[in-house]
Ligand binder design. Sequence first.
Ligand SMILES: [Zn+2]
Length: 145
Amino acid sequence: MNQCEQAQLLSAAHDNELSDEQTRLLEQHVAQCSACADALERMRAISRRFDMCPRMEMPQELREQVLAVPSHEQERSVLRLVNRLTAMAAGLAVAGTVWVMTTTPSQRGGPPANWEQAAMLVTDVEADDTSLAEWVIADLRWERN
Ligand SMILES: [Zn+2]
């Protein structure tokens, strides 16, 4: 755990939420503080992993079905979907953070763990995409009845 008092600013810096002056002062600090430099590099490593994840587009057929549902039902369904996706994203972020914090760089350079392979397989993502689409449609239908 980084005990440096400047560490609390690292997340904001990583998200470009600091002023130019705050950023300049923190950069000077990070250049001299290995704990903060390591922590910032871990945040960047996690971001790079998320950037590697494939982006998905909603299939046209699903898009048309979603648009056919009355708007007040869409709002409730979308809210539930957003809540579940947010929970999933939070889980992934925690898992990624734990992984980066509990492994050494040489370990990360080795062969990926089974769960990493499963998480990164594009063919599985396509299968999950269909499952997600079917789940959304079923959920919208349930809302309607
Ligand atoms: Zn520091």
